[in-house]
Design a protein around this ligand. Structure first.
Ligand SMILES: [Zn+2]
Length: 171
């Protein structure tokens, strides 16, 4: 075989009435062409979800799911990105402008994540829940910092920042 990994584009898997293999290209994300089921809403929706998941993997790495629904991992990554952004927004608010370029990067990243999550069929209310989880995380960090003596705050803040980065999924 010239294509041992099976990555070359494949024709529609259906057969024509004559018994000959169909010669059409499948719709993107599915194994059948428009004539052989590819125009059915359910098939189209599944195909769109597969394409979105492939896009997600290309940009952010494969969600670690053991073949299960990737929604949980996707939502956790959105929550993380949201928390990270809130953190950077605060740093910038305190006058640390070195975060501005990173803030822009992560803002784009979060927008892309939410768009792909939507295309994967993950409900908007769930991405909202993930965002509020990120906000809760930030509120928690704020409260801990308030309880921290002024002199120790920079160290604690640096520790949060470093550890948040360390536990970031997919890196
Ligand atoms: Zn076909």
């Amino acid at each position: 075989m010239n294509d041992p990994e099976g990555t070359a584009p494949k024709k529609c898997v259906a057969k024509k009435q004559s018994g000959q293999p169909c010669v059409n290209w499948p719709i993107k994300g599915a194994t059948v062409c428009r004539v052989h089921g590819g125009s059915a809403p359910q098939v189209k929706r599944k195909a769109q979800q597969r394409v979105a998941l492939a896009d997600w993997e290309r940009h952010f790495g494969a969600p670690d799911t053991d073949g299960a629904d990737p929604s949980a991992t996707v939502l956790a990554e959105i929550a993380w990105a949201k928390g990270h952004l809130a953190w950077m927004r605060q740093m910038i608010g305190e006058g640390d402008e070195t975060w501005i370029p990173r803030y822009g990067e992560w803002s784009d990243r979060l927008t892309r994540m939410c768009y792909l999550a939507h295309r994967m069929g993950i409900e908007e209310r769930l991405t909202d829940a993930a965002e509020s989880l990120g906000a809760s995380l930030m509120a928690l960090i704020e409260r801990v910092l308030e309880d921290t003596p002024d002199s120790a705050r920079p160290v604690v803040r640096e520790s949060f920042m470093r550890n948040l980065r360390a536990i970031q999924p997919g890196t």
